[in-house]
Design a protein around this ligand. Structure first.
Ligand SMILES: Cc1cc2nc3c(=O)[nH]c(=O)nc-3n(C[C@H](O)[C@H](O)[C@H](O)COP(=O)(O)OP(=O)(O)OC[C@H]3O[C@@H](n4cnc5c(N)ncnc54)[C@H](O)[C@@H]3O)c2cc1C
Length: 311
């Protein structure tokens, strides 16, 4: 049996993994991929100690750091997902333990669990959204932006991610229209001002999206603005309407908040379930950033170590 299972290989999981190795906790580290959400970023410029790093290099650096620290304490499993987690209650004098099942059909047991599974992109729920996924509807300007060179594209959303996406697309696209549901943009004022000053940029507020149309690929977008229904020709729709915590696999075990996040005690990162900690974007932490995810996971690891050695 392992002392600890760490689930997720973003900044939170990797930070905890490095600390677990240094503390010689017998750990099983399971992640689908290394690096987490920032691997989609063209450049991360606020990872402390590193002036600028591409998202892909950020993922590689995290993996290298963990592999070089792991020694015989941390066993790393990548390319698989944890699909099920359950508590096995204490029996015959032994304490409770956790049973972890993975997508390749393997099971592991551990005394404690740290969940760092982060989040994924929220999707549109309008006619055409499913049909045109990856056929014009996309979630990554840095990956797919160049495919839309000299074309008309739309960005859905009004936060920093939406405006940063628009800024990236302006380098390639003929025109960018940003459609926002409410009458205020949540993005930083300076970003909004800069992006909207571009001659090929337009933004519309108070928009109700109706439908995405096309034949093989997206060809237009229908929305309602002030009671008027409009159809605009676009070939790309970049969706930036928020994130969904990756917590589905524990929803039967841990009470989640209304956003699907795992509530934690911010002093220790403990969840409501004895023996389970969580850190990073999968939690109800107020701010979601790489440095915060890593710091919170280290906090959790310190508390896990104490828990394992004081019981
Ligand atoms: C495009 C983009 C750019 C960003 N840029 C910045 C930036 O410049 N600076 C900054 O500070 N923040 C940035 N952020 C936010 C930052 O990426 C997140 O706050 C951070 O990634 C959260 O880290 P995490 O470890 O909690 O989760 P994540 O990074 O989401 O990592 C979760 C990991 O868990 C794995 N996983 C998920 N489910 C399972 C499962 N069931 N089993 C096994 N593994 C699983 C995933 O493969 C993934 O590797 C950006 C976010 C996005 C989307």
């Amino acid at each position: 049996m392992f002392d600890l299972v760490i689930i997720g290989g973003g900044p939170a999981g990797v930070a905890a993994g490095v600390y677990a190795a240094r503390k010689r906790l017998k750990t099983i580290f399971i992640t689908e991929l290394f690096g987490g959400q920032s691997t989609e970023s063209v450049g991360v410029e606020n990872w402390i100690g590193t002036k600028k790093i591409s998202g892909l290099d950020f993922g590689k650096a995290l993996e290298e750091h963990l592999r070089s620290s792991a020694s015989d304490s941390v066993e790393i499993k990548t390319g698989i997902k944890v699909v099920h987690l359950e508590v096995e209650p204490p029996s015959g004098g032994s304490t409770s333990k956790f049973l972890i099942k993975t997508s390749d059909g393997t099971s592991y047991t551990a005394k404690t669990v740290l969940i760092t599974t982060g989040s994924t992109r929220r999707k549109l729920e309008i006619p055409g959204a499913k049909e045109f996924e990856n056929k014009g509807i996309t979630y990554c300007a840095s990956c797919d932006g160049p495919l839309f060179a000299d074309q008309d594209v739309a960005v859905i959303g009004g936060g920093n991610a939406a405006f940063e996406t628009a800024a990236q697309l302006l380098a390639y696209a003929k025109s960018v229209i940003l459609l926002n549901r409410s009458d205020t943009f949540r993005a930083d004022e300076v970003t909004v001002r800069k992006v909207l000053s571009h001659p090929n940029m337009k933004a519309v507020k108070n928009v109700v999206l109706k439908e995405i149309k096309g034949s093989k690929f997206v060809s237009s977008l229908i929305y309602e603005e002030a009671g008027e229904v409009k159809e605009i020709p676009v070939t790309g729709v970049f969706v930036e309407i928020g994130l969904v915590p990756t917590t589905d696999f524990v929803k039967e075990l841990i009470p989640l908040n209304k956003y699907g996040q795992i509530p934690v005690d911010p002093r220790t990162q403990r969840t409501a379930v004895e023996g389970i900690w969580a850190a990073g974007d999968s939690t109800d932490g107020l701010y979601h950033q790489n440095n915060i995810a890593a710091g919170d996971a280290i906090k959790a690891l310190e508390n896990i170590y104490l828990d394992l050695h004081t019981k």
